[in-house]
Design a binder for this molecule. Sequence first.
Ligand code: PRE
Length: 363
Amino acid sequence: MSDALQKALSQVRDEIDSIDADLLALLNRRARCAQHVGEIKSQHGDAGFVYRAEREAQILRRLQELNPGPLPNDNVTWLFRQVMSLCLSLEQPLSVAFLGPLGTFSESAAVRHFGHAARLLPQMSIDDVFREVEAGHANFAVVPIENSTEGAIGRTLDLLLTTPLKICGEVVLRIHQHLLSTAPSLTGIKRVYSHAQSLAQCHEWLNRALPDAQRIPVGSNAQAAQQAAADPEAAAIAGDAAAERYGLPKLAVSIEDEPNNTTRFVVLGRHDAGPSGRDKTSLVMSAPNRTGALGYLLAPFTDAGVSMTRLESRPARHTLWEYVFFVDIEGHRDDPAVRVALDELARRAAYLKTLGSYPVAVF
Ligand SMILES: O=C(O)C(=O)C[C@]1(C(=O)O)C=C[C@@H](O)C=C1
């Protein structure tokens, strides 16, 4: 290395060292502020509300607006999510239940929302995820609710009907499915394990690339990866997190049939979130089985100028040919227009449950 190059490099590296020292001091100053916030909250008997979904969303949105680059907004958001996760862990360590084992897309969603400092509690089923928070063994749950290719996750909707938990956040995750196997090539693969939803998301690719392989649905993508890791004639369809966790090579990447394959998860806790300025409210209601009933129920939203972003029907399981409707609207239940619409809806619906108000996903 020439002297000139050495000198130029060491000048910039000295600057980086000095910036890192400043960053370190600032990060610790921020952490002390968060600890102070925690003390104020517990002095006011508010220790149960240490995690503030709406405040985190506001912080991240503001930083996205302030970001001058060259770091892209997604990376900045990820970085500050980690910073808040660490600051929060000094106030109160959080635990998050999700559909395990480790390596599922649900784990990726949980980490995306709560950062790496949260304690992860993988569960065997979506029912167990709900139960873990309902029983007070975990602070929050992260469960899938809909996929852009496959539609609603029925079990989550059914459990939302009866749970006392509230939706306090959402996570939108781009799903890239890979074929993971220790086999040297596609030729030796006789079995493909995956969650039924993932097998369906890669149905056309499998028809083309592995028409003779047996497709075996299992409890989760991560479980599929565990099974494939132990069987050289098998492959799993799963994501990056499972590939890394179980040390499986990727034989084919991004094999999902739909290029925009995305899953939306909801975050459940004992309270919903305060208004953040850009919120959604999720509801479930029942309409009597007669002509025009659904239109009658939805009219209060139009009348109050509230936009509906999602409508999903699901059989009411106890009565044949009766349906419940899951509705997402724009706005927080404390917004005046939403409040007016909900009050009117409560008068019209045979059954109405507000599942929660929460910030629109930030990234
Ligand atoms: O502002 C608060 O209420 C805090 O607890 C601080 C803080 C943060 O690090 O900025 C940490 C956790 C909360 O979820 C929101 C924000």
